[in-house]
Design a protein around this ligand. Structure first.
Ligand code: MRU
Length: 355
């Protein structure tokens, strides 16, 4: 498996390392515009993550790993043997870019460990190789969990997904949409209903574009349609990704996921969370310990850059919520599937992952 090396416009080609620079397919403007943002420094990369040029838990981890390479290159050019001193600041800057998705900190920790261990003078080849490993391992994990998730589905069925947990949100292939892609290839998907995902519209813009590119039937719906759609009885599954899974199996994901899980349980629809093990954080006991990012009020008060609410109005914009483990039927990872997650099952899975 290889990392992308061209600037073709395709969901699987959203993070590209080319000629010593990082190219990120700009997710703020897709699908109306298809353009890459070029990052030449760790600071550029941190800003791209904060501004959501690149978004989605595994994708920001991969981008941050390349950001460390960019930081190290500048520090090595400026300070020679002392390159490590300033690089710690670059890594801290990248870690501060967004607070919720643990994959960001997981990837930076891998890079930080290598920085400590390296003994050769020029650090760039080894750091770049590690960033590329993080990238290709994520693609491989998504393909593996895609197959495992698809095996649980006895189609053909309708599926609801929320936000965008596709190739764009990962190193490639996707988590929730990886399951959808594998299930579709096996003839098990009738149609995907993509929640539009207010306020940032990851569903109507990004998921709709990705699924259309893959030839998978997709219908965009307002987030509030899910209840009545489930009541019709044709939806077999809700399949979502995750930004962080706590030690007890609570799942933090895009705001609105918790409501979908409640609806799914009420209507007898199965609820699947698809995520690589890099999303599991045994360091947080439950979802209550996960920091929830609050973004600018303007994201809610305006739509596509046009202010719609009256001046002087406040907005509440937490961008993630926590679904209690008790509402989750399956967590699907590259290392295996957990049914009805709890702390003991997650511990066993992670011990296997560390073995
Ligand atoms: O704010 P975003 O767009 O970064 O949020 C993304 C999500 O919530 C995704 O569902 C999650 O990161 C899983 S991506 C494979």
């Amino acid at each position: 498996m290889e990392t992308p090396t061209s600037l073709d416009i395709h969901p699987d080609n959203a993070i590209v390392w080319l000629e010593d620079k990082l190219y990120l397919l700009d997710q703020r403007v897709l699908p109306l515009e298809a353009r890459f943002v070029v990052c030449g420094s760790a600071a550029d990369t941190a800003k791209a993550i904060t501004d959501m040029v690149v978004r989605g838990a595994p994708a920001i981890g991969v981008a941050a790993a390349y950001g460390v390479v960019l930081g190290a290159r500048a520090r090595y050019a400026a300070d020679g043997e002392q390159w490590r001193r300033g690089l710690a600041e670059d890594i801290d800057l990248l870690a501060a870019a967004r607070p919720t998705a643990v994959n960001l900190f997981w990837a930076l920790e891998r890079m930080r460990r290598l920085v400590t261990d390296l003994d050769q003078l020029d650090p760039i080849p080894a750091l770049l190789a590690e960033a590329e490993r993080i990238h290709v391992e994520d693609i491989a994990a998504n393909r593996a969990l895609g197959e495992l998730g698809a095996a649980l589905i006895h189609g053909p069925t309708d599926i609801i997904t929320h936000c965008n947990a596709g190739a764009l949100a990962t190193g490639g292939y996707g988590t929730a949409l990886g399951v959808v892609r594998s299930a579709h290839a096996a003839g098990k998907v009738r149609r995907v209903f993509a929640d539009e995902t207010r306020p940032w519209l990851q569903g109507s813009r990004l998921t709709a574009w990705e699924l259309q590119q893959s030839g998978i039937p997709v219908t965009v719906q307002a987030d509030s349609v899910a209840a009545s759609l489930m009541a019709r009885g044709e939806v077999g599954w809700v399949i979502v990704g995750a930004d962080r899974i706590a030690a007890n199996g609570d799942v933090c994901n895009k705001i609105g996921t918790y409501g979908l899980a409640v609806l799914a349980r009420h209507h007898g629809v199965r609820f699947m969370v698809a995520a690589p093990t890099s999303t599991i954080d045994l360091g947080v006991a439950s979802g209550a310990d996960i920091p929830i990012e609050e973004r600018a009020a303007e994201e809610v008060l305006a739509c596509a850059g046009t202010r719609l609410s009256p001046d002087g109005i406040e907005a509440h914009n937490p961008v993630f919520d926590v679904t209690p483990a008790a509402l989750v039927d399956y967590i699907v990872t590259e290392r295996g599937v957990i049914e009805r997650p709890d702390a003991a099952k997650l511990r066993v899975l992670m011990e296997t992952a560390d073995a």
